[in-house]
Design a protein around this ligand. Structure first.
Ligand code: HEC
Length: 316
């Protein structure tokens, strides 16, 4: 009797399912390669490395196998002074970011320049590489591209790192892992909304700012300020340090958790951090028995706290 309706229903379901899969899988793939990466997009992916979340190199989210972003003031090969440039140092066996492994996602213009002038095809995992970014005008438009300075200038990763003082190194890749692992995105977004947000939090992101970044960590909920440009509005390393150790030191009613455990055992001078002592001194202060809170220890250069602060200050 009414069997025909089932057949119609099945066909309509097939059509709806098929077109939704077409849109979801195929059309997304077409679109992504037609959007060219922006200079910001290159900066993000080269700074964060291949995966800014779970990866096989770093299954426990400890920030292993990540590049170091440095500000170079000398040519690492000749030792001559140069105008300071931001370089992304991939030591041996640190996995290259997606744009180096799959240049197609850079989009046509940046891909041609990166492969031609930038020689990114010659990047070798077994040696590592030092990458730089540039922007050149092509037909009236600025096109960004990546230079593999290991191929073009003979800059060796280990030698390059040896030329950079500690305060010119940013562990933004490791810091992003901390951001993901610690769940900062439960409260903070990395994507201002198209509302009055832009007046408070700065320019919106553009198409191409996220090519090759994985995951993007946009966040889905907003209980706290958007952090997209936080490094531009507050560049104080000391403020970040105090606020992460215990947000109540700077915002008495803050709902943000403290992240003091990211300091680990030792501070920057190698002294053991006395958490119990710190807490009892802090409790005295919070109870109004002393007027100054205890000093926050400066994080050790290899601590997770240091990486998280580097990441946050680099959000500009
Ligand atoms: C429970 C919600 C919550 C979580 C989780 C949280 N924050 Fe916050 N954060 C806040 C609030 C609220 C503020 C506003 C200032 C304050 O209250 O301390 C803030 C402020 C900040 C600021 C200063 C923002 C500005 O506009 O100057 C930074 C930077 C920051 N948080 C980073 C982080 C990072 C990194 C993490 C993860 C390690 C994190 N937050 C986790 C709620 C949170």
């Amino acid at each position: 009797m009414a069997f025909r309706e089932y057949k119609i229903g099945a066909r309509m379901f097939g059509l709806a399912f098929g077109s939704s899969m077409f849109i979801t899988l195929y059309m997304a793939a077409v679109d992504i390669s037609s959007v060219s990466v922006s200079q910001i997009g290159l900066h993000r992916q080269l700074g964060f490395g291949r995966a800014g979340g779970f990866s096989y190199e770093d299954p426990f989210l400890r920030g292993w196998a990540k590049p170091t972003q440095v500000i170079l003031a000398v040519d690492p090969k000749t030792g001559a002074a140069i105008d300071p440039v931001t370089a992304y140092v991939y030591e041996k066996d640190v996995p290259f970011p997606n744009g180096i492994r799959h240049p197609r996602i850079l989009g046509d213009g940046p891909r041609e320049l990166s492969e031609g002038r930038g020689r990114i095809g010659e990047a070798d995992d077994a040696v590592g590489a030092v990458f730089l970014t540039h922007e050149v005008e092509v037909n009236g438009e600025l096109v960004p591209y990546i230079e593999n300075a290991t191929a073009t200038r003979g800059w060796i990763p280990a030698e390059t790192l040896a030329k950079v003082p500690d305060n010119k190194r940013l562990q933004v890749g490791k810091g992003k892992i901390m951001f993901v692992r610690e769940g900062c995105w439960w409260c903070h977004t990395l994507l201002p909304e198209q509302t009055q947000d832009w007046q408070y939090f700065g320019a919106p992101p553009m198409l191409g700012d996220f090519n090759g970044e994985s995951p993007t960590a946009f966040g889905s909920d907003r209980k706290a300020p958007d952090l997209t440009h936080v490094g531009s509005r507050n560049s104080s390393r000391e403020w970040m340090m105090i606020h992460f150790f215990n947000p109540r030191l700077v915002q008495p009613h803050s709902i943000m958790p403290r992240y003091d455990y990211l300091w680990g055992d030792k501070d920057a001078s190698g002294n053991t951090i006395d958490y119990d002592g710190w807490r009892s001194a802090y409790n005295e202060y919070a109870a109004g028995k002393s007027i100054v809170p205890p000093d926050v220890p400066v994080p050790h250069k290899d601590s997770e706290a240091r990486a998280l602060i580097d990441f946050v200050l680099n959000l500009k």
